[in-house]
Design a protein around this ligand. Structure first.
Ligand SMILES: [Zn+2]
Length: 198
């Protein structure tokens, strides 16, 4: 990987041998490996030891989880807040595991829409709740830094399942509790959400 990054620096018109760049290939390799470490993470290992059988049927919400990911179209960061809610059926998951799940799927090459769905799907699969809702608010550097569609560099995506999909009241309760910075999901068209793929 370091050879590739050295070549990339040269292709960009830089001198890979100059002092400030000598160790850059090594640093970039380490950074990229960390930022994509979600591919190696064992999600079962994280979750399975943290499922508990309980008699609790109220909504569980974890909001304002920071996430950092890389857009798969430009390899540039997108980052922001993730809000997750579920209504347990028979099991709950340890609260500290929820941000870990977000990290596992964020530390991959992603689009925000798929990332949102993957987080919802894994909770649905492992916790089997009555419903799960995930909302993500992200700033996409591939749009804001490149100066395209600046007004849309902030994207909101959501995944609603079970009771959150079927019951408007449950859904509204969740959305009111997380109070989005940018309005409710669904108010912008799908075309505004993804980064520009050119
Ligand atoms: Zn992008």
């Amino acid at each position: 990987m370091q050879d590739l990054i050295k070549r990339l620096l040269a292709e960009l018109g830089e001198d890979p041998a100059r002092e400030g760049l000598v160790n850059t290939p090594k640093r970039v390799e380490q950074a990229l490996k960390f930022l994509t470490s979600g591919y190696q993470a064992d999600v079962d290992k994280v979750i399975n030891n943290a499922l508990f059988t309980v008699d609790y049927s109220e909504m569980v919400i974890v909001k304002d989880i920071d996430f950092y990911s890389l857009c798969e179209h430009h390899l540039l960061p997108f980052f922001g807040k993730c809000h997750i809610a579920y209504v347990p059926s028979t099991k709950v998951i340890g609260l500290s595991k929820i941000p870990r799940i977000v990290d596992i799927f964020s530390r991959r090459l992603q689009v925000q829409e798929r990332l949102t769905n993957q987080i919802a799907d894994i909770i649905r699969e492992k916790v089997a709740p009555r419903g799960v809702a995930v909302v993500m608010e992200g700033t996409h550097l591939c749009m804001s830094m490149r100066g395209v569609q600046k007004q849309n560099s902030f994207a909101v995506t959501s995944a609603m399942h079970g009771i959150f999909r079927d019951k408007a009241r449950t859904r509204m309760e969740f959305l009111e509790l997380i109070r989005l910075r940018s309005g409710l999901p669904g108010t912008s068209s799908a075309a505004d959400l993804a980064c520009v793929e050119d």
